[in-house]
Design a binder for this molecule. Structure first.
Ligand SMILES: *Cc1c(COP(=O)(O)O)cnc(C)c1O
Length: 362
């Protein structure tokens, strides 16, 4: 970037993203490993062929039909005007900061957390403020409320279950945060479908808190990461603010079409969630039995460690064709829950590494 008059805060920055490598076992970005069935794929192809016939026209600007389908999918009495959709929940959260953040404003979150949040903050000139989680990655509700009173953030992001730790936030903590907040609160439920039985969604809190929003995505449990669809539920006024900042025609006709067909087959696309949850629990137990520290997970991944040289462990696994993620506090690594075959390959590879110098713990 040298020589170009780029914004000073972008100088030296590199694009976000985990390595996209062509190896047999992809366990680094928390995808659902099961592709759509031939029947669903064929139905999507037919719908795309029909949509292409009107490709000379711009798509429906407010994606009302898709938002109505998403509202019906979420339930809780939500209607299309209380739901927003964009190209992944990443774009939804960028819209939130475009509408509610900005120069002189701040966004607070609880670290360690999703590494994209500070990027949306940077890109929208919103100050990024973090408050630390406890050692077990839970949020201390009393300390969180104090921090909110103290900092008065305009926006609060709470990932539940959190990435990269897998930690779900109890409703009582969310209620305390939403009560203390003077700005808007976004609960990022990208991994909600993987939560252990009995973990409530923050959707139930919406009627109590008009400045609360919940984001979801079709990228993880829904097995539709390539479709790029994320969405948000909130009050109608909240959604209207996001409509102001979106680009015109931000959701292509193809995206809207394929997402609607996928939603019509929600049961099938979500069918593997129970199996992935079971594999997640088995993976966590196996890692603990192997003598590692393991963060309690309600998501489709597990954070484990702590290694003296996590980069060396990551590389040794990659050498065996297993790609995981270097993320989280120093010493920790994150692995996605996958198919039985993927889990067996990961365990075999890690078992070997743990016997070597590379695998030594802190
Ligand atoms: C994966 C993920 C998302 C969703 O990303 P998309 O843009 O919808 O693919 C959102 N939040 C967290 C914490 C995530 O890990």
């Amino acid at each position: 970037m040298t020589g170009l008059p780029v914004r000073p805060e972008l100088v030296g920055e590199v694009p976000y993203g985990a390595p996209q490598l062509d190896v047999p076992y992809l366990l680094n970005v928390n995808e659902n490993p099961y592709p759509p069935s031939d029947a669903v794929a064929a139905e999507i192809a037919t719908a795309v062929a029909a949509a292409v016939k009107t490709m000379n026209r711009y798509p429906e600007r407010d994606a009302v039909a898709l938002r109505a389908d998403l509202a019906a999918y979420l339930g809780h009495g939500l209607t299309a005007d209380q739901v927003w959709a964009a190209n992944g929940s990443n774009e939804v959260m960028l819209h939130v900061l475009m509408a509610f953040g900005g120069p002189g404003r701040s966004v607070l979150s609880f670290a360690p957390t999703y590494s994209m949040y500070p990027e949306y903050a940077r890109d929208t000139h919103t100050a990024w403020v973090t408050f630390p989680r406890r050692d077990d990655f839970t949020i201390d509700p009393v300390a969180a409320v104090d921090a909110i009173h103290d900092r008065q953030p305009d926006v609060i992001f709470v990932a539940s279950p959190n990435n990269p730790t897998g930690t779900a936030v109890p409703s009582e903590t969310l209620r305390a945060i939403a009560t203390a907040a003077t700005g808007v609160v976004v609960v990022d439920e990208a991994y909600h479908e993987f939560a252990r039985t009995g973990t409530p969604s923050a959707l139930g809190l919406l009627p109590e808190f008009p400045r609360l929003a919940i984001t979801r995505t079709m990228s993880k449990a829904f097995a539709f990461a390539g479709g790029r669809v994320g969405y948000l539920a909130a009050s109608r006024e909240f959604v209207d603010a996001l409509r102001v900042v979106r680009l015109p025609y931000h959701l292509s006709a193809i995206t809207q079409t394929v997402a609607r067909v996928a939603l019509a087959h929600a049961d099938e696309l979500l069918a593997a969630v129970d199996r992935l949850r079971a594999n997640r629990d088995d993976l966590a137990a196996w890692l603990a039995d192997s003598g590692l520290q393991v963060a309690d997970s309600d998501a489709n991944f597990v954070l484990f460690g702590r290694f003296a040289d996590r980069q060396a462990v990551w590389q040794a696994l990659l050498d065996e064709g297993v790609l995981i993620r270097v993320v989280g506090p120093e010493g920790w690594l994150r692995v996605s829950a996958g198919t039985d075959e993927e889990m067996a390959a990961f365990k075999a590879a890690l078992d070997q590494v743990l016997k070597t110098e590379e695998g030594r713990l802190q």
